[in-house]
Design a protein around this ligand. Structure first.
Ligand SMILES: [Zn+2]
Length: 156
């Protein structure tokens, strides 16, 4: 049973996030559990990142498709809201992947560091341009030093 459970968790966790393609839903901490019951039914439990996140339907479909490709056809994707998801659940490799594409972490105080300047060891004042960026879970910022606009994940 353990082997199957791990395999299912790995397959489900390896699904790329539909909006942030560079990270998997495992790295984002969306997958809470994945088990195969005695009768062969697979149950994957997920937690939405932000309430009303438009990507959740796509995530459910992608999990089913990924598991079907591995031969698991009886799949139920359950949504659990508690405990609520927070940005603390994003793994280190998840943050690293986001940062490589210029998406900043929210920072401890909720103010991100410019992904360009921070690499040169120069934390610079940043200015929020918009509470919303290309996805509802990101906000748009501008760096006052290099003037580069960048997206940051909102702290939750
Ligand atoms: Zn900068």
């Amino acid at each position: 049973m353990t082997t199957v459970r791990t395999e299912i968790a790995e397959i489900a966790g390896a699904v790329p996030d539909p909006e942030l393609r560079v990270v998997t839903i495992g790295e984002l901490g969306i997958v809470r559990g994945a088990e195969k019951a005695e009768d062969g039914r697979v149950v994957v439990t997920i937690t939405p990142t932000y309430s009303g996140c438009p990507a959740m339907d796509a995530i459910r479909d992608d999990i089913r498709a990924a598991l079907a490709a591995a031969g698991h056809t009886d799949v139920e994707v359950r949504t659990v809201l508690s405990p609520a998801w927070s940005t603390d659940m994003i793994t280190e490799s998840g943050w690293a992947a986001l940062e490589r594409t210029g998406i900043a972490a929210p920072g401890a105080s909720g103010t991100p560091a410019c992904p360009r300047c921070a690499h040169r060891g120069q934390p610079t004042p940043v200015l929020q341009i918009s509470r919303y960026a290309s996805t509802p879970c990101q906000s748009l910022w501008s760096c006052r030093s290099c003037l580069e606009p960048f997206n940051a994940i909102k702290k939750l």
